[in-house]
Design a protein around this ligand. Sequence first.
Ligand SMILES: C=CC1=C(C)c2cc3[nH]c(cc4nc(cc5[nH]c(cc1n2)c(C)c5CCC(=O)O)C(CCC(=O)O)=C4C)c(C)c3C=C
Ligand SMILES: [Fe+2]
Ligand SMILES: [Fe+2]
Length: 332
Amino acid sequence: MKSTGIVFINLGTPDSPDTAAVRKFLREFLSDPRVVEVPRVIWVLILYLIILPFRSPRAVRNYKQVWMNDISPLRYFSQRLVDGTGRKLEVDYPDADIHTRLAMTYGDVSIASTIDELIDLGCERLFFVPLYPQYSATTTAAVHDQICKAFSAIRDIPQWGWVKSYYDHPAYISALASTVRQHWSENGKAELLLMSFHGIPKRNVELGDPYQAHCEKTAEALALELGLIDGEWISTFQSRLGKAEWLQPYTDKTVISLARNGSKTLDVICPAFAVECLETLEEIAGEAREFFVENGGNELRYIPCLNDGEAHQNLLISLCRSFLEEKNVNFR
Ligand SMILES: C=CC1=C(C)c2cc3[nH]c(cc4nc(cc5[nH]c(cc1n2)c(C)c5CCC(=O)O)C(CCC(=O)O)=C4C)c(C)c3C=C
Ligand SMILES: [Fe+2]
Ligand SMILES: [Fe+2]
């Protein structure tokens, strides 16, 4: 088998929880036209005059709350996930020469430099796995853009493939269901399971982004797998930015209204996030929990992401399998 490079890609994260690093990360991320589809001239003004000066200090405070010694949770768990999956791949494919890497869409390590490194190592085949179960132009297409941009500077492009989405993959749904069952066995079952997905602007969906439909399919498949009936689960969208309408119902408003209407216990899972990050640890396990309790709830129990668990590693290997086992590649 020809040497194969497998690149798992996550969003990116600041190098440290200080103003300079957070500003640098937000500037790169929020300058991508895939992420913010506002006319450039207007957006540059908003970004440099409002978002970066006012959001960065708040983001720094939030990142400080979740930082793990010298590393962000997103980088820590993503790296462990990729290292564990790489070790498993060596066992599953002992005769193959497979190199696994973690790359980030924004910040280090970039997709372009990872591609260069793998080609230098002799990889003739490359496979990319964006760690986003649900496709969105804001995340998955941004990864695709960078892969193609990197290849545009390369003369002899390797054979390559990618995973577009895996929102209803049986191994993904069953891995999520196992974490929920594990949580129930340790903590008991709350009155309601809330599945909170990262939001995107509503307009993106109206323009054809399939993200909302993918999230709904994940939520329905997970509820079905867990045997939950209507009224025992709900799905919502978190992390909105700016004044425009984002996908609804909003997680924060839902958590508050559930508590005000008498809910006492709530289990929350964030299926769109492969690993823990600011948005799960600070926004859900921190802020949403406070909202729930301040408004009359007793307990919001956060269910961890799939992180570097074995079920997640097996899922990623399933996503790579057809590419790894393809026999008739490079017809030349
Ligand atoms: C799960 C998929 C994600 C989608 C879809 C997504 C869309 C999206 N995000 C923003 C703005 C921000 N996101 C931020 C953090 C963040 N976003 C994701 C994932 C998705 N984003 C992750 C995994 C993280 C955490 C990164 C980390 O370091 O832990 C942030 C920065 C933090 C903050 O200030 O809240 C912003 C800003 C937009 C505008 C958008 C779609 C239009
Ligand atoms: Fe985001
Ligand atoms: Fe957030």
